[in-house]
Design a protein around this ligand. Structure first.
Ligand code: IMP
Length: 436
């Protein structure tokens, strides 16, 4: 069984908890795109684990984790995280952590270029995580990137760094920044590459063998559907493909081997960074946004930036369901809405006076969009930690059913708090099968 798990909105839907819940039922948990721009927080008892590069499965000792070929890996961040996890009592060995030889590396000049690129855009900036993600993918597409396999051959690594840095330093100089030194970068990167060597793996072969052995594989998308470079709110997107199609390319697993796609949907929307966000709570709803931000702890787990908050957008989420082919949805953070008297759900958009029920491609439209809302009554009672759908307040159940109908996909799991056991799995759902 191979399941892909994907955020349906603009990220931070709570994938970490759901992957963590599923992880001990799977033999392998993998990432297939992005890098340390992601940030999952997983809470186990009184311990909090913040994962950026490593799949959440790493917390489960019996699980093997893979960083796929579609990823961009900053080896400094990789070992920082490995060391942090080790200090929290997680054993990380090359036996249970594999890094694709075809993944690309993020170097210090990629990070510098992320800064200059944002500076150049001024008011039009993307609001990236400044981790060097975009520039590393630019190098990959430009056929000058450094793959893990390249970094293991010192002459190749040295030549690539020298050639790329000669270009990068010209850009860096235009922005009045200190040029970077290729000998320093080479020394740092080659030492890290040597440390990485035991983890390096031909991951497509590893997956083919795993499939032949009937192993269960969970492919964990980072970022989310509306940040996809092809399908998201371009240009305000990340530089990779978090959507289900990207899982195949970014792992080397044939698409028809994938058995199911699980969407993670939060009961409201958030966005970090710039870009269109049709249901954003603006000034007149600032109090509600603040309430959600506080109750939902909506601050970036990597950058600590306060997230922009908004109402649930059924148009955007239905678009995500169609793109990814969700078989089931995990609905997260219902408890965050416990105190609300009224809940709005965007069921359509109005653009230039016309009703539109599809998610438009032109980002300009999204900025001028007028959301069409339906109002639902809140439940104003405590759902934290509820484990039985029958015990949920009637209005909470109505809200869940309304979201499911408007997205057109079953909701198979409802999360009622950050802990593992604060979860409802719905009987006879597709999701229930994945938990067996
Ligand atoms: P980049 O991925 O750092 O290039 O940033 C591009 C856009 O994606 C920015 O708007 C970021 O805020 C957003 N982004 C990147 N990673 C995440 C994530 O894990 N959660 C939410 N937003 C993200």
């Amino acid at each position: 069984m191979i399941i892909v798990i994907i955020g349906a909105q603009w990220g931070d839907e709570g994938k970490g908890k759901v992957v963590d819940l599923l992880a001990d039922r799977f033999d392998i948990v993998s990432r297939y795109q992005g890098g340390h721009n992601a940030g999952h927080s997983v809470y186990v008892g009184d311990k909090a684990f913040v994962l950026r590069l490593l799949p959440s499965g790493i917390i489960h000792e019996g699980t093997t984790c893979v960083l796929g070929n579609g990823m961009v890996i900053d080896p400094r961040a990789f070992f920082e995280e490995v060391d942090q996890m080790t200090s929290q009592g997680i054993s990380i060995t090359p036996d249970r952590l594999k890094v694709s030889s075809r993944a690309h590396l993020i170097t210090p000049y990629h990070q510098a270029l992320d800064h200059t690129s944002e500076e150049r855009l001024g008011n039009e900036k993307i609001g990236t995580t400044l981790r060097g993600i975009g520039p590393a993918y630019e190098d990959k597409a430009g056929r000058r990137g450094i793959r893990v396999a390249d970094a293991l051959v010192p002459e190749v690594l040295k030549a690539r760094i020298e050639r790329n840095l000669a270009e990068a330093n010209k850009v860096i100089a235009v922005f009045g920044r200190e040029p970077l030194r290729s000998d320093e970068i080479f020394e740092q990167m080659s030492a890290l590459a040597e440390r990485l060597r035991p983890f390096v793996c031909e991951t497509s072969k590893f997956y083919a063998d795993a499939k032949a052995d009937n192993k269960k594989i969970l492919l964990e998308g980072a970022q989310a559907t509306l940040l996809d470079v092809d399908h998201g709110t371009y240009p305000f997107v990340t530089s990779s493909n978090p959507t289900a199609g990207g899982a195949s390319v970014g792992s080397g697993i044939p698409p028809h081997h994938i058995s199911g796609v699980l969407g993670i949907v939060r009961t409201y929307a958030t966005r970090v960074g710039e870009g269109p966000f049709p249901t954003e709570m603006l000034e007149e709803e600032e109090d509600i946004a603040n309430l959600i931000r506080e109750r939902g702890n909506e601050f970036g787990s990597v950058t600590k930036r306060p997230r922009r908050c908004g109402w649930f957008d059924a148009v955007a989420t239905r678009y995500a369901a169609d793109l990814n082919g969700f078989d089931s949805i995990a609905l997260t953070k219902i408890d965050v809405l416990d105190t609300m008297a009224e809940l709005k759900v965007c069921v359509g958009y109005k653009i230039d006076g016309e009703r539109v029920d599809t998610f438009p491609a032109v980002s300009q439209d999204l900025r001028q969009i007028e959301p069409i809302y339906e109002s639902l009554e809140g439940w104003q009672s405590d759902t934290v930690g509820c484990t039985d759908i029958e015990k949920m307040p009637t209005n909470a159940r109505k809200y869940i059913d309304f979201l499911s109908e408007s997205i057109g996909v079953e909701i198979g799991l409802v999360s009622t708090g950050p802990e593992r056991d604060q979860t409802i799995i719905l009987k006879d759902s597709v999701m229930e099968g994945w938990f067996q």
